[in-house]
Design a protein around this ligand. Structure first.
Ligand code: UT7
Length: 331
């Protein structure tokens, strides 16, 4: 006899209920950066848009920053922390194999036995986790999911490499995702590329330890740039299309904050109207990988440049290579 398994069923839709962020508290402008590498304020601004970046101070860790960002998001959501039944954190900066950062964050926040696991999807990680949270809520495996992205890449940077050293910033961004009667998170477009592992990479820990060093970031910036402005621009348009929307339906565009020139190129390719508010948070933050999208989202809402209920397109892309994006309703 074949027994019938009872399957779970969740809410019809999900949405982001609130967002919170914490930036590294040390401001490093281009003038200071040029005391570390041979470069110029003009070159860095022209090539990337970065004016200054935020680095974690000594007392800021992936755990402390994620806890602070999450606390803000939970308080703003009005959700009782006891109702958060899953935690998904994307990071490549948690330097401990286990326990996962998600379990430690849940413990610090006093959450009650949530499902908790970390994701590794580099700069695409926030959108990966958001796609998973949406599926979990709609299939009934969770009701309220804390999703966060956190990075402290300044501690994994090769400061002798002037091709990457000026790029990165540190911070954490978190959202609470919960059930909704109307669609608040569109279908995710996600994927990975094969044979591209050597475009953005760090050394293997074992090899680094043997040579008495620690793994640092290496990147073939030009190759990533071309991939982002062609293939990723197409995938971004696909996310809009899958949500059943046209460029003119969009209020806000929050691409991963990798480079203002990549953002400009995407805007041109997608023919987004000028009325769309575009995040340029990289100017003050640098590239904070998995944290960049929620941090940028919070900044636009706090500045009044975007409003609750606006329709926003988000897309993350990076090491792997991997990518993920979707349309969301802003909290
Ligand atoms: O977040 C994950 C995804 N990552 C990205 O999306 C990053 C994508 N890539 C980029 O944003 C860009 O490739 C960079 C901003 C990293 C670099 O800009 P680029 O326009 O691709 O520069 P390049 O590497 O092609 O170098 C151009 C020139 C070279 O000189 P020559 O050979 O033309 O004489 C470099 O030596 O600029 C030189 N250069 C610099 N000059 C001043 C490279 N780095 C620097 C520097 N300051 N820091």
């Amino acid at each position: 006899m074949t027994a019938t398994i009872k399957a779970s069923q969740g809410a019809p839709f999900s949405r982001i209920l609130a967002v919170g962020g914490e930036r590294g508290s040390r401001v490093v402008d281009n003038a200071e950066m040029c005391t570390i590498i041979e470069s110029s304020d003009e070159w860095i601004q022209q090539r990337t848009g970065i004016v200054e970046r935020r680095w974690a101070s000594d007392d800021q860790t992936p755990l402390s920053m994620t806890v602070n960002a999450s606390r803000k998001a939970i308080e703003r959501s009005g959700v009782d922390p006891a109702q958060i039944d899953a935690v998904l954190i994307s990071t490549v900066s948690h330097m401990q194999q286990f326990p996962s950062l998600s379990v430690s964050v849940a413990s610090e926040l006093g959450l009650q036995n949530p499902a908790a696991t970390d994701l590794s999807a580099a700069c695409a990680g926030f959108c990966y986790a958001l796609g998973l949270a949406d599926s979990m809520i709609r299939t009934g495996s969770a009701k309220h999911v804390l999703v966060a992205g956190v990075e402290v890449l300044s501690r994994q940077t090769d400061f002798t490499d002037r091709g990457t050293a000026f790029l990165f910033g540190d911070g954490a961004g978190a959202v609470v995702v919960g059930p909704s009667q109307t669609p608040g998170i569109g279908p995710v477009v996600w994927g990975s590329e094969t044979d591209t592992a050597d475009i953005i990479w760090t050394e293997d820990w074992n090899e680094a330890l043997e040579s008495g060093t620690k793994p640092v970031i290496h990147m073939e910036g030009n190759k990533v740039f071309k991939w982002a402005t062609t293939f990723i621009a197409e995938k971004t348009a696909e996310a809009l299309d899958l949500a059943g929307l046209k460029p003119e339906d969009l209020d806000v565009f929050i691409p991963h904050q990798a480079n203002n020139r990549i953002t400009d190129s995407m805007l041109r390719r997608m023919k987004l109207p000028e009325s769309v508010v575009v995040s340029r948070d990289i100017q003050q933050m640098g590239n904070s990988s998995a944290a960049s999208i929620p941090i940028a989202m919070e900044a636009l809402l706090e500045a009044g440049d975007a409003r609750s209920g606006d329709t926003a397109l988000v897309i993350g892309f990076g090491a792997g290579l991997v990518y993920a994006g979707q349309v969301v309703v802003l909290p």
